[in-house]
Design a binder for this molecule. Structure first.
Ligand SMILES: Cc1cc2nc3c(=O)[nH]c(=O)nc-3n(C[C@H](O)[C@H](O)[C@H](O)COP(=O)(O)OP(=O)(O)OC[C@H]3O[C@@H](n4cnc5c(N)ncnc54)[C@H](O)[C@@H]3O)c2cc1C
Length: 393
């Protein structure tokens, strides 16, 4: 007979046990699995969205490698908490029923009966799946828990829902080569989707990399297809699921490998690969190249105020750098050794014909006689850079 029986050894049950122990009460925690068993069953690669101090118990420090703890870090931590407090646990024992008999609560478990004056039910909600009540929901290929992505590679996966768990599963599956369809009953994903995940999923949907069926529900599931009904029109579709040809497989695998590589840097985790983004990226890159060239320019010419902009069709790298030098008279510089491929290409492009040089000097409104020294400087600098870069080959 205990003062308290705590059902469930999740974080809530453990916190209750710690407090009961501190208060000098007799207690037992009855858990149907292992310590924090629900967390153990979370997706293998999952990261909590709460920071460690919000998940810690009794002020015991929870240190993590990154800002947010992973599933395995949390499991280690909670196991440590149990050890530190020497909590009284009865693991792998399911509470089947609780009955009140007089002043006593009687708990019927898979391993005998236990009585207590009070019972704390800390069973969480992980076991209570949200069933759809549609035909085919119990087929073997329908899962109510997401665990890991590898078994779904090269397969069509339909994810039902549009909140955090659905979105995270969708992204992870897509990154591991699955063809992902999201079915969500409202017109857009939930507003509660974590703000740092939102751009990633939005861009995947925008680019057609993940297919989203909004305002839609799954009407039935067969061994061949998942039938999706649009709420507004009532039209039913079934994505071409469960089929893969060899080419499609290898394409999907290459894409998945590419995504894995890109995901290695958090900043690149959700690059926007839409056409406009690519164009913007190219423009930004070109601008960076121009300013880099302007900084390392070997010319001593001065662009006069009021001089016209670069003539059309005269889009040499040298000409393109001139606007950055507008109004400045940079001293001639000796270019540093260019070891990169881009540097070598720039060096080779810098070797210009004298006709181009004359055009350039005219455009720069260079003082008379400038062309020849310019040509010499440019030739020397480019020749030196070219020689240097060849040494590195
Ligand atoms: C993918 C995912 C990510 C999440 N991320 C966060 C987050 O970042 N921050 C946050 O605060 N929350 C998060 N949550 C919610 C998180 O689950 C809860 O915050 C936390 O686990 C709740 O703890 P709990 O102890 O109340 O319940 P649970 O952790 O669910 O523990 C309940 C325990 O009771 C046991 N149990 C159930 N029935 C019985 C029975 N009949 N007999 C015996 N034992 C039983 C279960 O096995 C389980 O171990 C997340 C949930 C999911 C699914």
């Amino acid at each position: 007979m205990y003062d308290i029986i705590i059902i469930g050894a999740g974080p809530t049950g453990l916190a209750c046990a710690i407090e009961a122990q501190k208060a000098g009460l007799s207690y037992i925690v009855i858990e149907k699995g292992g310590i924090t068993d629900a967390i153990r069953r979370f997706p293998i690669n999952m990261t909590f969205f709460s920071t460690p101090e919000l998940l810690s118990l009794d002020g015991l420090p929870f240190t993590t490698v990154n800002v947010r703890p992973t599933r395995s870090e949390a499991l280690q931590y909670y196991r440590g908490v149990v050890g530190y407090h020497r909590l009284n646990l009865l693991l792998h024992t399911e509470v089947k029923a609780v009955q009140k008999q007089g002043d006593v609560f009687l708990c019927t478990t898979s391993r005998g009966n236990y009585g207590a004056r009070r019972v704390v039910v800390a069973t969480g909600y992980f076991d209570a799946t949200n069933l759809l009540n549609v035909e085919g929901e119990t087929l073997p290929h329908v899962a109510h828990y997401y665990d890991e992505p590898y078994k779904y590679a090269l397969s069509d996966v339909v994810i039902i829902g549009g909140r955090n768990s659905a979105v995270e599963a969708a992204l992870e599956l897509w990154r591991h080569g699955a063809r992902v369809h999201i079915v969500h009953r409202t017109a857009e994903l939930s507003k509660v989707v974590k703000y740092w995940v939102r751009p990633d999923i939005d861009n995947r949907i925008k680019n057609g990399e993940i297919t989203a069926h909004f305002d839609s529900v799954v009407s039935r599931i067969t061994t061949e297809a998942v039938h999706i009904r649009n709420n507004a029109t009532g039209a039913e579709t079934a994505p071409d699921t469960f089929r893969s040809d060899g080419d499609a497989c290898s394409r999907a695998l290459r894409r998945a490998a590419h995504r894995d590589a890109r995901s290695s840097s958090p900043a690149d985790a959700w690059p926007d690969r839409s056409r406009s983004a690519k164009a913007a990226h190219r423009r930004a890159q070109a601008a960076r190249n121009r300013s880099a060239r302007a900084r390392s320019a070997p010319l001593g010419c001065t662009k006069q105020p009021g001089a016209p902009d670069a003539p059309s069709g005269h889009d040499t790298p040298t000409a393109r750098r001139a606007p950055a030098r507008r109004g400045h008279s940079a001293p001639p510089q000796t270019p540093s050794v260019r070891s990169s491929r881009a540097g070598r290409e720039r060096s080779s492009r810098s070797v210009r014909t004298s006709a181009q040089l004359h055009k350039l000097c005219a455009w720069l409104q260079a003082p008379k006689g400038c062309a020849e020294p310019c040509r010499q400087k440019l030739g020397e600098a480019a020749g030196q850079a070219w020689a240097d870069s060849n040494k590195l080959l």
